[in-house]
Design a protein around this ligand. Structure first.
Ligand code: OOB
Length: 503
């Protein structure tokens, strides 16, 4: 994946330490054996059960290099399964609970998976050669396995791409463990950390930013939430004395609204991480007063690069930027359409290369997503502040081209969110015969408010006329992606279907 000179550099810098996930868990079990790792499972028990499950799966014929599509809810068995597969050298393909037959079939086919491991009852034909049910897994006496090498691919993560089916992202033991260790350090995790995993654990954010793996690295404790609702999360925070948790912006909004009327004691919570999509500054500023904890913004991607705001960043940086990279060797370029750097502080396309960012997708699908010299084209529009922090201005493909005038959906959304009666907003493009595209705002509201009032509010804020949505529509809820981000793809599709119905 990485050219030899880069690999040598990343090893020399101490990023890649030559350890596999299997060995890593062994060390954690030695160090923290009797401590709780995940729910009531101790580090020692997790280590032992992973060994027994690896033996059982080997007995079923699974071998090093085989791919296994894993689709599990937030339950401790997820950890046993992935560490068993890591020890076998078989590659989990991380499906999300929200995926259905369409996505699972794609994952199985594209990865040529040997098995599909799940808790789900299959409503239709088995999508894989072999289906393994999570409540009937084989645990056998441990056997010697010639496990993987540290520079082997450990698993296939899914791209969060907003169009089409997910792409497969090969992450190695070396590169991923580096991001886990460095993230745990940046986020100041310790053995007293209690992390609530409210998002689906297989997603890159709750898995490693610093996520459940970062918490294990620090010897802390993971609490798994079956659902991310405020009700479930707040009761777990109270009961387990949770210190840190991670949400996507739509959930942050729900939690903030629920915090005012909860009877739960949230005083143990020190940090709320928000990432996965742009957090409006208006929302960011509500975290401390309404939830009583510090905010940390996280801007990452399953392909690699992760940015964090730091605990010693001033409030305005934490509220208005998406952080700065994990590694001194994360290379960041902000370029124009010609791939040449824009002037400092200008908005451009984010390209990145570094010790934990892939150089190609699995089977080299979509080679155009990388430059000839190995930079990943993130598809994100960003600007770099003088302090070296990144501000995400949107997805390049989602900018609305309204008769030549460019409208940033995120900018309009942040103005909408400033209205006290607006709970959430999503602005998307619709095809227009005259302008090419025009803008459509979906708005979730609380309390009585009219479209005319929202429109007047935007005008009063001094927003340019062409940025004021051509249509504003109140909605009951937004469609979401597998991890809970607002799905603009589905919103656009709904508008298209409506237009077709009308014509
Ligand atoms: C995370 O990973 P993915 O792979 O589901 O999605 C990556 C994309 C980014 O390219 C960007 O478009 C968007 O999600 N994104 C953000 C963001 N964090 C992610 N956009 C604006 N502000 C943010 N804070 O979503 C992910 C992976 C690791 C850690 C955190 C998030």
């Amino acid at each position: 994946m990485w050219p030899d000179d880069y690999a040598a550099r990343y090893r020399a810098a101490g990023y890649w330490t030559g350890q596999t996930f299997g060995d890593w868990l062994r060390e954690l079990a030695k160090e923290h054996g009797d401590r709780e790792a995940v729910d009531r499972l101790t580090y020692a028990a997790l280590d032992a059960r992973a060994d027994r499950l690896a033996a059982g799966l080997h007995g079923l014929g699974l071998r090093r290099g085989d791919r296994v599509v894993v689709q599990l809810p937030n339950e401790p068995v997820f950890f046993e399964v992935i560490f068993a597969l890591f020890r076998l050298g078989a590659l989990p393909v991380f499906a999300l609970p929200a995926h259905r037959l369409n996505e699972i079939t794609h994952l199985v086919t594209h990865s040529e998976a040997a098995a599909y491991l799940t808790t789900r009852a299959l409503e239709v034909a088995a999508p894989a050669p072999r289906v393994l049910h999570a409540d009937a897994l084989p645990y056998e006496d441990p056997i010697d396995l010639d496990g993987p090498r540290p520079d082997d691919v450990a698993f296939l993560q899914l791209s969060g791409g907003s169009t089409g089916l997910p792409k497969l992202i090969p992450r190695t033991h070396d590169d991923y463990l580096y991001s886990v260790r460095a993230s745990a350090e940046i986020c100041e995790l310790s053995p007293s950390t209690v992390y609530l995993c409210a998002l689906p654990v297989a997603h890159n954010f709750p898995m490693s930013s610093p996520g459940v793996l970062g918490v294990l690295h620090a010897g802390g404790r993971v609490v798994l939430a079956p659902r991310p609702s405020a009700e479930v999360a707040f009761s777990l925070i109270e009961r387990e004395r949770v210190t840190i948790t991670a949400v996507v912006p739509p959930l942050a909004l729900l939690w903030l609204d629920a915090a005012g009327r909860t009877g739960r004691d949230l005083s143990s919570l020190e940090v709320l991480q928000v990432g996965g999509a742009k957090l409006a500054a208006e929302t960011a500023r509500r975290v401390r007063p309404e939830l009583g904890c510090r905010l940390q913004q996280v801007f990452g991607m399953a392909e690699g690069l992760v940015n964090y705001t730091r605990s010693d960043d001033p409030d305005f940086i934490v509220e208005t930027t998406q952080g700065r990279p994990i590694s001194p060797d994360d290379e960041i370029l902000v370029v124009g359409a010609d791939d040449r750097p824009v002037a400092p502080g200008e908005v451009g396309h984010l390209l990145t290369r570094g010790p934990y960012t892939i150089r190609r997708y699995y089977r080299d699908s979509d080679p155009g997503a990388f430059t000839p010299d190995g930079f990943y084209r993130t598809g994100d529009l960003v600007r770099l502040t003088p302090t070296g922090h990144l501000v995400v201005e949107g997805r390049a493909k989602e900018v609305i081209n309204r008769g030549g005038e460019k409208v940033s959906p995120e900018e309009v959304e942040s103005h909408l969110l400033a209205h006290p009666r607006v709970r959430d907003a999503a602005v998307v493009a619709v095809a227009d015969p005259y302008l090419g595209e025009r803008s459509h705002a979906f708005v979730l509201h609380r309390g009585p408010v009219t479209v005319a009032e929202v429109r007047a509010f935007l005008r009063e804020r001094g927003l340019a006329a062409y940025k004021i949505p051509d249509r504003i529509e109140f909605a009951g809820e937004f469609p979401v992606t597998g991890v809970g981000k607002t799905s603009k793809k589905d919103l656009r599709a709904a508008l298209r279907a409506r237009a077709e119905g009308e014509s």
